[in-house]
Every structure is written in C-alpha cells, then in structure tokens.
Design a binder for this molecule. Structure first.
Ligand code: FAD
Length: 388
C-alpha cells in the first residue's frame, strides 16, 4: 500500500486526512517563495524527506517579520478550539524538532508567569480569572499561583503586590533570528538551495498549473509552488486565485545588549512582556494586539526598557542595543490561511500570525499535503476560500 493510501486509512481523529482529488503525483521540485520561519520550516520538512527544494528570497533570509518577533511559543487564549489545537501541535512540534535537530536548537522550555497588580480594576481581575478557567477547560496546562510562587519561579523579578497570577508550564520561547538560520542550514544540509536576492514577480500558468515563475533572476521552473512570503503574499496570491486578505499590525520590541542569566521563563505583566534569548539579550514589548503608527526609535526602546525595569531591576543599568519594528502577517480574521489553490492546483499558500509557534506543525502538515496528496482535516477551517 502506498504512503498516501496508508495515511488516509490510518489517520487518527487528530490527524484524519482525505485524498485530494486534484493531486497529480508527488512533485519532484518544490519552489518556496520566502525565507522566513514558514519557508524555512517547510523547506526543512520537505528536504528531510528527500524532496528537491529551492527557496527564492527577494532580499535576504530573515528580511521579513521573523527576526522582529517575540517568539513566545504558546496557545494561551487562542480561540476557537481548532486554532487552539493547531497552536498546541505547534508547541509539541518544537519538542519534536528539538529531538530531530539536537542541542543546537536552543529552546527555553521555562513556561510563562503572568500576574496582575493589586491595584488592577475589578473587571480586569474578573477577566483574568475567566481566562484562566477557559484555558483550563480547553485542557491547557496553566494554574493559579500565589505571590511567593511567582518569586520562586522567577527569583530576579519584583512584581510588586499582586492580586492574581498564573503559571503556564508548557510554554517556551526561542530566538527567532537564530532559529530561522538554523532551520535554513538544516534544510540546506538535506539539499535545499536558497537563492537571494531573487524576487518573484509573476507566474506562467497553463492547464491549471503554474509552469514557471518570473523572477528578478529570470524564469524558474517548478513542479509545485509555495507562497511563504509573509506580507508579500497578497499580490502573488491574486495571480493564483488565492484569497489572502491581510491587515496591518505593527509591533515594536526593545533588545538589550547581552546580559548575565536573569530570566529562564517568559514574564508577563499588565504593561510589559519580558524574556531572555540564549545570547543573553533581554527582549521586551508591551502590546500584543498591534500598535498603529508606532516607530522603532531609540526613545521608544528606552521607554519599553524603563517599563520592564519596574519588574526586573537589573534592567535599570541595561544598555539598549536595538529596537525592532515587525509587521505581523495578520489574516483579516486573525487565523491562519493555509492550503492549495483551486485554480492552480500546484500552488499552495501559508500566511499566518503566531507563525513562530505554528512553524513546526505547518511545515509537517503542508509537506504531507504537498507530497502525499492528502487534505488534513485539522486544516479545513483555515483554507483560503473561507474569504471567497
Ligand atoms: C512584534 C511581533 C511579535 C510577535 N510575537 C510572536 C510570538 O510571540 N509568537 C508567535 O508564534 N508569533 C509571533 N509573531 C508572529 C510571527 O513572527 C510571524 O507569524 C512569522 O514570523 C511569519 O513568518 P513568515 O515566514 O510567514 O513571514 P516573513 O518572516 O515575513 O518571511 C517572508 C519572507 O518572504 C520574502 N518575500 C516577500 N515577498 C517576496 C517575493 N515576491 N519574492 C521572494 N521573496 C519574498 C520576505 O523578504 C521575507 O523574508 C510576532 C510578530 C511580530 C511582528
């Protein structure tokens, strides 16, 4: 029995699949557009299975959103349930990758500590407690903790008087730029090729298939094409009949120069979120909802550091190294867009927020859909045509 039939017949409830009727056989050469975390993860998963992979990147690897990410690996508060489950699988996926890749992949599996101050409004406390209950109902590994436990879990922290706190022990964080480069190197070790600068500008399409890509380095042939170009996807997707509406969602983070070990978990206050990368840099930001018109100025960075220093006094003497401005790859309804084009059957798209959390599971599932010609049920709510 071939692997495609086997996957279809044996798919568990969590990973049930159906056969994709438009499947025209396993592609010999997959071209991925974009060398961010999504392109890198997919290249790794495809190349590891012996597929010939070429990544085309218009600028340089990591020129997009990925290095400007906070890269907290979590499923907290992510709804509805199918989206929560995908993020849970993303978190598990990083555990799998750490086995496959080994210690070079540096993941801080310390979980996160989240607290709200005693001075918080009653309605904020009620929201915090309701969110804890909702997450526990979903089966998320999170529990209420008291002030002494906050200090035990992160001894360097000065949270001040608190009214409530939680510990989500399963969460983790990575350095997004370093992890991207590592995945690309591993993909290359399995034979993947990266070409940059090489911008994709259009496609030759006939018989419902992309035959060739137009690029700034000339035409490139492909059996299968994947749009993993982050915020560069919409103009390309429109050639391929793929609806990919994205909205603007900028976010700024301050990065210190490397410091001695201070944080081995993500720390979340009402007005600051902090973590430490393996290179010692503390990274901090405030708003995870998108901050319109924000600029990555040094003054903005100093402001973020001063807020974070209320909770981590060691930051009072920290040196701001740089400030990043990232543009989230934010689908209009907030949820991932992943799957094949209906009009160009050898074209596939992956556009998502929470891409750091989701990269391993999307790399794994997209490679199954592309190589085996199956549709994974788990991805059904996230197909592009919900916007059609
Ligand atoms: C401030 C901030 C905080 C975040 N925090 C988290 C978090 O805590 N946890 C989490 O899971 N996620 C987080 N995210 C989201 C996450 O970082 C993104 O979902 C992820 O980085 C998207 O990766 P990508 O590979 O899809 O896109 P990108 O990293 O943008 O990669 C796309 C690449 O495609 C290239 N490209 C574009 N157009 C073309 C073209 N025509 N031809 C060739 N190449 C092209 C670009 O140059 C770029 O290199 C955060 C994002 C931001 C901005």
């Amino acid at each position: 029995m071939n692997r495609r039939k086997f996957l279809h017949l044996t798919g568990s409830a969590a990973l049930a699949t159906r056969l994709n009727p438009a499947f025209a056989g396993t592609p010999a050469h997959v071209v991925i557009i974009g060398a961010g975390i999504m392109g890198a993860s997919l290249a790794y998963h495809l190349a590891r299975r012996g597929t010939r992979v070429t990544i085309l990147e218009k600028d340089h690897p990591g020129a997009g959103t990925t290095p400007n990410s906070f890269a907290w690996l979590n499923a907290a508060g992510k709804t509805p349930r199918p989206y929560y489950e995908l993020n849970m699988l993303g978190m598990e996926g990083w555990r799998r990758l750490s086995l496959e890749i080994g210690p070079e992949l540096r993941i801080q599996f310390g979980g996160s500590v989240h607290w709200i101050p005693q001075s918080t409004l009653a309605e904020n406390l009620a929201k915090f407690q309701a969110s804890l209950r909702d997450q526990q109902t979903l089966g998320y590994s999170i529990r209420a903790i008291d002030a002494p436990e906050v200090r035990t879990l992160i001894p360097t922290l000065t949270p001040g008087p608190i009214s409530a706190a939680t510990f989500a022990d399963h969460e983790a964080t990575i350095d997004p730029a370093a992890t991207l480069q590592l995945l690309l190197r591993r993909a290359q070790s399995f034979g993947a090729v990266i070409q940059y600068p090489c911008e994709v500008t259009g496609f030759d399409i006939s018989s419902n298939r992309v035959q060739r890509l137009h690029t700034t380095r000339g035409p490139i042939e492909a059996d299968h094409v994947v749009l993993a170009a982050g915020n560069g996807i919409p103009p390309l997707a429109s050639h391929l009949g793929l609806p990919v509406p994205l909205v603007e969602s900028p976010g700024v983070l301050a990065h210190t120069t490397p410091m001695p070990p201070l944080l081995h978990r993500v720390a979340v206050a009402e007005d600051a979120t902090l973590k430490q990368n393996p290179d010692g840099r503390i990274v901090t930001g405030t708003d995870f909802g998108g901050t319109p018109n924000i600029q990555p100025t040094r003054a903005e960075g100093e402001k973020l550091l001063a807020t974070a220093a209320k909770y981590l006094p060691a930051l009072k003497h920290a040196k701001l190294d740089f400030v990043t401005l990232g543009h989230r790859v934010m689908p209009q309804d907030g949820h991932s867009i992943i799957g094949h084009s209906r009009t160009c059957t050898n074209a596939y798209v992956i556009a998502t927020h929470s891409g750091m959390t989701l990269a391993p599971i999307f790399g794994q599932l997209a490679s199954m859909e592309i190589l085996e010609g199956v549709d994974v049920d788990l991805l059904r709510p996230f197909r592009p045509y919900r916007f059609a």
